[in-house]
Design a protein. Structure first.
Length: 82
């Protein structure tokens, strides 16, 4: 079951990356489904949320901003499109 769940989560992740819809049929496995959603969301957060210690590639595109505004922009969290 772990291999099947890993494959499912990889497919969800790929669909999110490519901004594609997903059709899921669930019978008495809602807990497993939501656990998979949580795992994929955590994986997406790790990719799209930048901490102050890590380099934010968007910082390079923030031109003509004061240092105070730039620091605020770095703290902004980036999430994948819904």
């Amino acid at each position: 079951m772990d291999l099947q769940r890993k494959a499912f989560e990889d497919q969800l992740y790929l669909a999110a990356e490519l901004q594609r819809p997903v059709s899921i049929h669930v019978v008495r496995a809602w807990g497993e489904l939501f656990d998979s959603f949580d795992a994929v969301m955590e994986r997406m957060k790790q990719k799209y949320i930048f901490e102050d210690e890590r380099h934010n590639p968007l910082e390079d595109h923030q031109v003509n901003q004061s240092p105070k505004k730039r620091k605020t922009a770095i703290k902004r969290r980036l999430l994948p499109p819904k």
